[in-house]
Design a binder for this molecule. Sequence first.
Ligand SMILES: Nc1ncnc2c1ncn2[C@@H]1O[C@H](COP(=O)(O)OP(=O)(O)OP(=O)(O)O)[C@@H](O)[C@H]1O
Length: 292
Amino acid sequence: MEHVLEADGLGKRYAGRWALRDCTLRLPAGRVAALVGPNGAGKSTLLHLAVGLLRPDAGQVRVFGEHPYENTTTLAEIGFVAQDTPVYRDFTADELVRMGGKVNRRWDATLARTRLAQLGIPPRKPVGKLSGGQRAQVALALALAKRPRLLLLDEPVASLDPLARREFLAALMGNVAESGTTVLLSSHILADLERSCDYLLVLQGGRVRLSGDVDDIVAGHRQLVGPRHLTADGTVIRERHTDRQSTVLVRTDVPIFDPAWTVHELTLEELILGYLGEAEGATNHAEWGVPA
Ligand SMILES: Nc1ncnc2c1ncn2[C@@H]1O[C@H](COP(=O)(O)OP(=O)(O)OP(=O)(O)O)[C@@H](O)[C@H]1O
């Protein structure tokens, strides 16, 4: 299987603190992968390492088999939309489309223009004067026009209204199905991901918590509800107890036969929340000078 993005023991530190740590993962070609995790989990850091804007402090990352840091050959194959969609604010969308043609080999100006026209984006208004959502749409259109083999999107839908979000993801899926581009997309909007992504990477506290094919992950987890203190088969991810009852999220490859458990399938959203709810968030009472 061809892997577009590979990381082995990848780590990045800021001012002595690990933002990403021991990160080992493989992203297969042609997948639309969701990158999920709480605020500060290391998602943007991973994306910046993959696009070559940051140099690893530990381990390595490879994109199309190459080290991406300051590597213009790799960069030519990657479309990247950063979290704050920093398109040049004084230029109009039309100027940005024309500029893109001068610096990109496979530039598809027609694709960008058609998409921006469909969305009613004004061609001759400086993009700094567009709404945040419109700017995000311009940034995506420019990233797609590059015809990248890997598209990295850092919270692309955060500033979009619900309809625009659905349209954005549908357009992305359509484009990807046609072009075979591999996508890694970070988002906090979990309900969207189930519809649009077939691969999942969950980061927590700078480490990979879960990764793999969405269907396999969903099929490999169950929520069990039963009498308190009953032992569940499989790896327990999260458990909650009342006086009489236990609710347990388990990872298991085998069916649960014990009739004492009521077995529920989980949506991807429930499953991710189960993982992320399992660990307490990092606290820093000492730094704030307040008691824990
Ligand atoms: N330039 C920087 N200098 C110092 N620390 C940083 C810098 N960028 C990120 N960090 C820290 O690294 C950690 C990971 O940040 P990162 O932006 O990668 O997380 P994230 O998962 O993208 O978060 P969010 O969902 O809030 O965008 C955080 O603790 C953050 O404070």
